[in-house]
Design a protein around this ligand. Structure first.
Ligand SMILES: [Zn+2]
Length: 222
């Protein structure tokens, strides 16, 4: 089999998209676990081949992006599995919302190639997004969009703080309520954790969004 035909992009009726090695005896969906031999797959209406394909990031490049965004890695591979499995998580919280970004990754053992990336986002425990990613551009786009929503929430948090502080000065009865508000933890976490001001690393027109996940900077700088 020619190397170009060996790796194919697959889609499953559950919504998953991923890469499979045709030298393996069968294809297994990373989301629902549906497993079909290549013969059965040709006539299946639940799983299909989109064409030759590869994820355009090496495992090392992917790891670098997520480490720069302060994701925490948990490896969950078993020796029996044909694939390496890793879960990356990033938590961010302000007084109103908890962001939980989880990226589940599988890669081919002994071959420096990614097999599947599953990106999911929960807001305060509620699932809001779960999708397969196939390119670095998709990954960076999502990370940057989430970073912007974190920034927006942090800005709103600061306005709320200022408003309640002003209220405290003019209305002594609000003093206790104002004093019990949590400190600017969101702002501190942005500054000290995953996010850095984009202006530090990239020249940007004035007035554009100041906060960005590092991944966006990496991708733009490439
Ligand atoms: Zn599936």
């Amino acid at each position: 089999m020619a190397e170009a035909d060996r790796y194919v992009e697959l889609g499953c009726s559950c919504g998953a998209e991923w890469i499979e090695d045709r030298l393996e005896p069968d294809a297994t969906c990373p989301w629902c676990g549906l497993k079909l031999s290549w013969n059965k797959l040709e006539t299946s209406d639940r799983m299909g081949i989109a064409g030759p394909g590869r994820i355009d990031m090496s495992p090392d490049h992917f790891q670098q992006i997520l480490e720069n965004c302060s994701f925490v890695e948990t490896r969950s591979s078993s020796r029996r599995s044909r694939y390496n499995s890793t879960i990356w998580t990033h938590l961010f919280a302000n007084p109103q919302t908890i962001w939980e970004v989880t990226i589940a990754l599988t890669s081919f053992k002994g071959d420096e190639q990614l097999r599947s990336i599953t990106f999911s986002l929960r807001l305060s425990g509620l699932p809001v997004l779960c999708t397969s990613l196939m390119t670095a551009e998709q990954l960076v786009f999502l990370l940057a969009a989430i970073a912007r929503s974190m920034e927006l929430a942090a800005t709103r948090g600061r306005r709320w703080q200022r408003a309640s502080y002003a209220g405290r000065l003019s209305n002594p009865y609000q003093h206790d309520r104002g004093a019990s508000l949590p400190p600017l933890c969101a702002e501190r976490r942005l500054a000290g954790g995953a996010l850095r001001p984009l202006r530090e690393s990239l020249p940007l027109p004035a007035g554009r969004g100041a906060w960005h996940l590092h991944a966006a900077g990496l991708a733009c700088a490439r």
